[in-house]
Write a protein that binds this ligand. Structure first.
Ligand SMILES: [Zn+2]
Length: 320
């Protein structure tokens, strides 16, 4: 996937700053340890002294003495390590990336960890308004759904309990390549549950992009019309581990946005990547607006969940 140079440079800076922080922390820890253990400095001095003796003995050819000094030096190093270990200080700084020690490079090439951070930054640019903290499985309150059957005979609380469990299963079994279509009017919890899934999936280290269909499709279309830009946004939308398209149908649909919807849905399906779509459109309306190609992809590959009940936001507002 193509990432802009700016994003990669920013990621590299972040990784390098992790390196500096790890070094500074280790230096500080050592300073404290040396203050607490006078023995450490004495050991260091002895090791230095042995070092200079070693050079002289090596020239003299006295191998027995040489081995003896090496043994002494190793013993002292061992004692020093065990004193530090006892004080809870590792022998070397603790870097986040064991491959590159947070330098950003392995054998002159950019390390995977830089790519990973760059990807995360790139996603964050796309979903800067993801209200994650407010929407978790824990604060999804099933009590807001009625226990009485509606006109169709469905009991909202029962239906929504099933949906809640299906969402928890989706998050738990991620990545599964499965897809969800949340249908229903506004204020029934579609955004809440998709963000709750995003929370869990993000916590497990996967890349998630969440955004309103309007914003994401607009950004991707704008990028495709700009010959000077790359394809970073489209690449992100088609390659992130989980894409959540919120409120499909609310965007101003034009021929390019409709084609973009098909392109994104289809590419993700072909790559086995999960997508969650929230909409208050019916399948028939999806077909009318986006073509039967889009609706048949969704029907064949998405699990549909109908959100029913009364507008939760309204109930909450009335309770205040
Ligand atoms: Zn690395």
């Amino acid at each position: 996937m193509s990432l802009s140079k700016d994003v990669v440079l920013k990621a590299l800076d972040m990784v390098k700053s992790d390196h500096n922080m790890a070094e500074a922390k280790h230096a500080h820890d050592l300073e404290v340890a040396y203050k607490d253990n006078a023995e450490l400095e004495q050991i260091d001095n002895s090791i230095i002294k042995i070092g200079s003796q070693l050079a002289i003995i090596a020239l003299s050819g006295n191998t027995q003495k040489l081995e003896e000094l090496k043994k002494q030096s190793n013993e002292l190093t061992g004692i020093k390590k065990s004193i530090l270990k006892h004080s809870g200080i590792p022998a070397t700084p603790v870097y986040k990336c064991k491959k590159c020690n947070d330098t950003g490079y392995v054998d002159g090439k950019l390390c995977d960890c830089v790519q990973k951070v760059a990807k995360r930054l790139s996603y964050e640019q796309l979903c800067s308004q993801m209200p994650l903290k407010e929407s978790t499985f824990l604060n999804f309150d099933i009590l807001y759904y009625s226990n009485t059957a509606d006109i169709t005979g469905d009991v909202p609380k029962e239906v929504m309990l099933g949906t809640l469990n299906a969402c928890k299963d989706f998050a738990k079994s991620f990545p599964s390549g499965k897809n969800l279509l949340f249908m229903g009017a506004c204020g029934l919890g579609k955004t809440h549950l998709s963000l709750a899934i995003a929370n869990e999936v993000l916590n497990r280290g996967y890349g998630v992009i969440y955004g309103s269909a309007q914003n994401l499709l607009n950004d991707a279309c704008k990028e495709s019309f700009d010959y000077n830009s790359g394809t970073e946004i489209l690449d992100n939308l088609t390659s992130c581990d989980l894409l959540i398209l919120d409120d499909l149908g609310s965007e101003f649909s034009t021929q390019p946005t409709k084609a973009m919807v098909y392109n994104i849905i289809n590419t993700r399906l072909m790559n086995g990547l999960s997508t969650i779509i929230n909409t208050n459109l019916s399948l028939k309306e999806i077909e009318t607006i986006y073509s039967s190609r889009v609706s048949s992809r969704i029907m064949g590959n998405y699990t549909m969940r109908l959100f029913i009940g009364s507008d939760i936001r309204l109930i909450k507002a009335m309770q205040k």
